[in-house]
Design a protein around this ligand. Structure first.
Ligand SMILES: [Zn+2]
Length: 72
């Protein structure tokens, strides 16, 4: 029996699988966050619930409120 060749194949297959999973993870990360995680006006993160309710949000609630008041 020759296990040497099979071991090399298994390693290559494993590496390809890891690369595939990394690609899927990166793709699903970008899908889950169409807006931004961090508020564009302050260093705070936009709360997860807000990003779910408004996926295009780029500001936290405080900054969005200020932004809307400033526009009026
Ligand atoms: Zn903010």
């Amino acid at each position: 029996m020759n296990f040497g060749g099979n071991a090399a194949l298994d390693l290559a297959a494993e590496r390809a699988e890891q690369e595939r999973e990394a690609g899927i993870a990166a793709a699903s990360r970008s899908l889950r966050t169409p807006g931004t995680i961090e508020c564009e006006d302050c260093p705070n993160d936009i709360p997860r619930e807000r990003r779910i309710a408004l996926p295009s949000a780029t500001r936290c609630i405080v900054c969005q409120t200020k932004f809307e008041k400033a526009r009026r």
